[in-house]
Design a protein around this ligand. Structure first.
Ligand code: AMP
Length: 126
């Protein structure tokens, strides 16, 4: 079910549990501000999630409240993961779902990195 991105941060969300090491993940990158791991239900040959370590519900929450250092660190981490996976030359896609219309299911900001294959049109046509 899509979440309401205006609700307060919920420390019981599954990505918070992954960050605390309470449930396993297939981690691929970690630094002071970000953590990246493979999506459990990949939608492309490469489907990796990058999350900030801070308690932010969505892109909206993060862009409004995170420090400049957190924002810079997170953006750089997304680029670092994509480079490490060799995605720059063939190309890739980033996606952040926000709220109900965006069909966000996990209430901790995450950027999806898709790649490893041609990804087709940007969005489903009506
Ligand atoms: P979104 O719809 O943008 O909130 O996407 C949530 C993503 O989290 C989906 O692509 C799920 O497959 C993924 N996901 C959910 N639980 C896990 C988990 N435990 N480990 C890795 N990925 C997960």
């Amino acid at each position: 079910m899509p979440i309401d991105p205006t609700l307060p941060y919920d420390d019981a969300n599954i990505f918070a549990k992954i960050l605390r090491g309470e449930i396993p993940s297939n981690a691929v990158y970690e630094d002071d501000h970000a953590f990246a791991f493979e999506d459990i239900n990949p939608q492309a040959e490469i489907h990796t999630l990058v999350i900030p370590k801070g308690r932010y519900v969505s892109w909206d929450d993060f862009s409004a409240k995170a420090s400049d250092a957190e924002i810079a660190g997170f953006i750089r981490a997304v680029g670092e993961v994509a480079r490490a996976k060799g995605l720059v030359e063939p190309g890739y896609r980033l996606m952040a779902n926000i709220g109900v219309h965006g069909h966000q299911e996990v209430p901790h900001l995450h950027v999806h990195i898709f790649g490893g294959q041609p990804l087709g049109p940007m969005i489903c046509r009506k």
